[in-house]
Structures are given as C-alpha cells and as structure tokens.
Design a protein around this ligand. Sequence first.
Ligand code: NAP
Length: 258
Amino acid sequence: MDFGIKGKKAIVCAASKGLGKGCAEALAREGVEVTICARGAETLTATARELAATGVNVKPVVCDVTTEGGRKALLAACPNPDILINNAGGPPPGDFKEFSLDDWRKAVEGNMLTPIALIHATVYGMMQRGFGRIVNITSASIKHPIAALELSNGARLGLTGAVAVLARKAIRDNVTINGILPGPFDTDRLRGTTQKMAEARKVAFAVVDAERKAAVPAGRFGSAEEFGSVVAFLCSAHAGYITGQNLLIDGGGYPGSL
Ligand code: NAP
C-alpha cells in the first residue's frame, strides 16, 4: 500500500534508538524527510547515516527535547513539519511516598509539557496547510497503571487529556492527533529494566527475560520495527479519519474486553 506521504517532512523526537528510531525508519521507508533528535551525538549520527541510506533527507539534531533550547533547535531544523512524533525518555520508577514535587515537575516537563509545546508550535501551521499527523508515544500505563511507574502514569495521562479536545478541532483541517500506548517492546530501555530486576533478585538476565515474555499473551516482546509501521500508518494519507484515539500495542496484555 502506498501511504501517500512521500516528500512530507517529519520531526521524530528521541529517535537515535528504540521506538523513536523504529518510527523514523518506517517514515523514511515511505519517502518522508525526517528530522531526528537525541542527546547523544554518536548514536544519533550513526542512526542518521542508516536512515539516509533509504535515499531520504535526514537531519540529526543533538538536543535534549525536554528543554526549551532543545525544542528551538529541533524546530529550527524543521520549522514546518507535516508529521510530529512526540517521544522522550520515561520518568524513573519509584514509590509515591518517596517522590518529591521536583520529581513530579520533571515528569510533567518531559512527558506532558514537552509534547504540548511541540504540538502548540506546529499544529496551527499544519491546519493552515490542510495536512498534519501528530502521534504521541505514551505508554500502556495510561490504560492500566503500572505500580512502579506512578510518575509516568500521571504525566502521560495528563498529556492524553490535554490534547483530547484539540484532536477533535484539528481534524476539520485534516490534522489528526493520536496516542500510541506501547506495552513491552524489545529496546535498550526494556533490557535495562530486566537487568535491574535480575540483579535485585540475584538471578540470570535470561530468567527474568523469559518470565516477562511469558507474561505477554503474544509470548514475546514487540519490535521497534512493528511499532514504527503502525505509527507510519497513522501518519499516512489513509488515516485522516482517525483522531483522538489511544491505541494499545501490547501483544494482548490489556485484560479488558474493550
Ligand atoms: P530507548 O530504547 O532507551 O530509546 C530512547 C531514545 O530516546 C534514545 O534515542 C535516547 O537517546 C532518546 N532520548 C531519551 N531522552 C531524551 C531527551 N530528553 N531528549 C532527546 N532524546 C532523548 O527507549 P524506548 O524503549 O524506545 O522508549 C521510548 C519511550 O517509550 C520512553 O518514554 C518509554 O518510557 C516509553 N515506553 C517504552 C516501552 C518499552 O517497552 N520499550 C513501553 C512503554 C513505554 P539519548 O539517550 O542519546 O538522548
């Protein structure tokens, strides 16, 4: 299927590896010019080189997207994107009792205010031009709270509520805003948490890895490639009637019927 977005311009945040990179790869395969960012220059440069091999224009921007300066640099590299994929690192795990207000401020800044700022800076131009696709990468934790991830549960749900009305306004101008809620995906982040769990229990990485996979109805973790393909479809010309949705991609992990 031709996604109908060849030649469009995308900003993909936090995309030197993991889910963001999966999105950038899928969009580049569709002929979309991608502006990608991450804090680490080395991995970002290597990813930009890989993406450029598809033949599209790739702009890497080394920045922390959760800062105002970082977002300015990103928007300077791609001032009028047709597609915006919001993503950043997730807040650290912990317990409500131990979190300070500053911990909450950081989580809200990174996972709620940062995507809101980028949406605010880009959505009206998209509406004027009559095409736009915005996808917020959030987490399955907004559908079913995850015990150790209270900072994430709160900040990401805040973002989801904040854009729900805008999503219904912008669609009149062929601009959609949707959330994608990943369950467990095989990325460095997931491997890092598995390693920590294994160390805490003094068991091998493979033991925890197998347990976590067995807990997913699919019997495996998702791949960044399949994640990116779903996001690219939501950004396609064919998905203009889908907005304000929050789509779980979790291998069947959510236990409800609806
Ligand atoms: P990952 O493999 O660790 O990749 C994170 C990417 O984001 C890297 O390219 C990293 O590069 C970049 N990044 C992180 N913080 C950034 C910042 N402040 N500014 C710019 N770039 C930044 O992580 P992932 O698994 O893809 O996760 C992506 C998001 O999805 C996270 O918010 C995570 O909580 C969420 N999520 C993941 C899963 C999962 O199973 N993987 C499930 C649910 C939710 P630098 O470090 O060089 O900046």
